[in-house]
Design a protein around this ligand. Sequence first.
Ligand code: AMP
Ligand code: ZN
Length: 472
Amino acid sequence: MKLYNSLTREKETFVPREPGRVSMYTCGPTVYHYAHIGNLRTYIMEDVLEKYLRYSGYDVKRVMNITDVGHLTSDADTGEDKMLKGARREKKTVLEIAQFYTDAFFADCKKLNIRRPDIVEPATKCIGEFIKVIKKLLADGHAYEAGGNVYFDTSTIPQYNVFHNFQEEDLQEGVREGVEKDSNKKNKADFVLWFTKSKFDDQELKWNSPWGLGYPGWHIECSCISMKHLGEYLDIHCGGVDNIFPHHTNEIAQSEAYLGHPWCKYWFHVLHLNTSSGKMSKSSGEFLTVSLLEEKGYDPMAYRFFCLQSHYRKSLVFTWENLDNAASAYDKLLHSIAKLKDEPVDAKAFASLRESFRAALDNDLNTSLAITALYDVLKADTSDGTKLALLQDFDEVLSLHLLEGAAKIREAQAVENADPAWIAQIEEQIARRAQAKREKDFATADAIRASLLEQGVLLEDTPSGTTYKLKR
Ligand code: AMP
Ligand code: ZN
């Protein structure tokens, strides 16, 4: 597989350190608010990468942090802790906010069919690890204490700007949004490892440390959580493109200074989802969440399809019209799949059509071409059974609920096409069964279920009542 590496700015052949095994780290959400669909574009594309590596036979171990402390509003060392801001907004404690939005994040991921990473670690559970690493950085001369905080000294490493993505003058205070002058820093690029002093002294969560009561910086979290679970060498580190500087630049600086050797080989960055007026935001304009899409009647899968239609290294513009186009293409796709019949699989055609899907993803995870390969399957001159087998195979990676979605359409069509008198009779039986259950007459209820099953009607009891499917 060829993968673009932001560090070398080249597409490279992907070779993990240990044959057959991949260690993968993902910067997780800062849980002070709901994720917007831009954040989720990044997680969708990382999910496809993880699943494609598994599909290709690698044993992947993926770790994600949850940022519940230390991420300041500027992404650098100034501003308020985002978590504290969230807690104040909702008049709750930081820990309540963290739990609520962590759950909300994974609920969104589930709706988008994003696999939960093997290990999910909140930063507040790893304070001991951060202290251990900061102590060593201080002992080795890579860090210093000033004005109550501990800073990383960027002049002690051979190269700081490893991604070559900023100019020296970008580091001038006041150039970057919200970055204020910090006279404690020896070098402009130095960053905080541990805070005991900040302008916002009502920081809620604080821990004892050799440098006083305080809290960790955001960057040290990811380095330590990655090393804790994945060891001294990392194959792939992922994040959105905004994480390159300062976050990932600082992660590399401190990790390699601590370890004394190169740390992560491949850096995978997803470009942003923007609105037509620019940057996507949680505080201004329409706050685009998965729930909002659902409220407006969109299936979250249509959003996943929208993301997969374009390459992760291109920025993507969100408009309702673009989403409408994706939603109707997705619906049409499911309807085409619903028409396919169960037939034998032609192994030769299967292998050759699978090849173009693999070739697309082997070429720097080109999901847009992978979707083309999917349409080519539907057009191909082969049996429906081969097509169904290929779609099921591709969906291990794409996770678009292709067969499940098509099955739902077939079930709905079966009800539409059935004799209305028969459907009325089924519904009457279901009502009788509900009455029997209310009267605790379970024998009758079970008998009705069995009799409906014999007629090809499958009942499903849900919290909001009993639904049914017609077996074809
Ligand atoms: P945060 O919760 O702010 O730490 O961000 C979570 C993830 O979303 C990070 O990997 C960011 O780089 C990424 N991200 C932030 N904004 C966008 C956007 N508009 N489009 C895609 N990814 C984004
Ligand atoms: Zn991170």
